[in-house]
Design a protein around this ligand. Structure first.
Ligand code: AQP
Length: 328
């Protein structure tokens, strides 16, 4: 049985990118593996968050984790800040990280660009905290979207570096990317990834968007003028992104999709993409509404934090002993 860990930030309403790139793939492991799924609220505060929104988004994300089909009897679902070993090991991993390698992270470059002279130091030290999240559970596989590949490589480097200097403490984790939908792009700027913190509401499909909103957003998605449903990421990023979404949901190949829509133009295709999304998200909405205000949600998260802490504290103790951070 392998150990699986993944986390999502409660930094806004989840997008279709989070679902197809990460959340949906979490389900694949719950019957066979030991799964830890985390709401990484300490990552979210690497950029300013409104406290009320952060609180609400944390609950919403927990409800969504369950609404997509995760079973709390099979997985450990918990909030990062409720397991203090994450911040403690995060600090340790920061001390073995090099500023140069952190500055090379594309997510850091992208997010810091928007912050002018006031770049929070936490944006730079985000990857060592992410490494800590993963390494605390002696994780074998991390199901994340393709956008997290660079952070995952750094996590592996840091684990190997630690083991080399202080002895074999950490399992070296591997990334697991879902088939298809590995990177969903913005509907308005299809060369940029779809992100939950994007201010342009038309750029993202939110998992909790209603039918009319989904139809409107897909209809207005940026495409080129040649009106032919053909996959070409380089020259036709908009339609290719919609084809990627369609393929990720139906598991069909681009060839099959191209043949089906030959000569039909973008209007028909977009209508079908929207319909597919509405049908996919409907059962998630229903389950979410049952859960969001229920005491069951708190009970699940309380139990999750206790269980996570049991494992995390064992690993952290090993780290303390290996580094001489202990007294007795
Ligand atoms: N566009 C995407 N396509 C595929 N996968 C994606 N993920 C995010 N965007 C896409 C995957 O979702 C998981 C959650 O990631 P996160 O919340 O920790 O942070 P993120 O990658 O920075 O996600 P966002 O939506 O872009 O959040 P903000 O806007 O707050 O930075 C990860 O597994 C990620 O791969």
């Amino acid at each position: 049985m392998a150990v699986i860990f993944s986390g999502i930030q409660p930094s806004g309403e989840l997008t279709l990118g989070n679902y197809l790139g990460a959340l949906r793939n979490f389900l694949d492991y719950q019957d066979s593996d030991e799964c830890y799924y985390c709401i990484v609220n300490q990552h979210a505060i690497t950029v300013p968050q409104d406290p009320k929104e952060l609180f609400t988004n944390t609950r919403r994300l927990a409800a969504l984790y369950l609404a997509v089909g995760l079973d709390p009897k099979k997985v450990t679902l918990f909030v990062q800040s409720e397991v203090p070993e994450h911040a403690r090991l995060g600090w340790v991993m920061t001390t073995i990280s090099y500023v140069g390698e952190l500055e090379r992270m594309t997510q850091y470059k992208d997010k810091s660009q928007k912050r002018g002279d006031s770049i929070p130091a936490g944006l730079l030290t985000y990857p060592p905290l992410m490494a800590a999240d993963i390494l605390l559970y002696q994780t074998n596989y991390v199901p994340v979207g393709e956008d997290q590949k660079q952070h995952m490589e750094l996590t592996r480097d840091l684990a190997q570096r630690f083991n080399r200097v202080y002895g074999e403490v950490f399992t070296i984790p591997e990334i697991k990317m879902g088939v298809g939908g590995a990177r969903v792009m913005s509907l308005q700027e299809p060369t940029k990834k779809m992100s939950k913190s994007d201010d342009n509401q038309m750029a993202t499909i939110r998992l909790l968007d209603d039918e009319a909103t989904i139809v409107k957003k897909i209809k207005r998605a940026q495409t080129d003028s040649d009106n032919s449903v053909h996959f070409d990421k380089e020259n036709k990023p908009g339609i290719s992104n919609l084809m990627g979404i369609y393929a990720a949901i139906t598991k069909e190949s681009y060839d099959t999709i191209e043949q089906r829509y030959a000569g039909q133009g973008y209007g028909t295709f977009k209508k079908d993409v929207a319909e597919l999304l509405v049908d996919t998200l409907k059962p998630i909405h229903e389950r979410y509404n049952e859960l969001i205000d229920s005491p069951e949600l708190d009970r699940i998260l309380d139990e999750g934090a206790l269980k996570a802490r049991e494992t995390a504290s064992k690993t952290y103790r090993e780290v303390e002993l290996a580094m001489g951070l202990h007294r007795k």
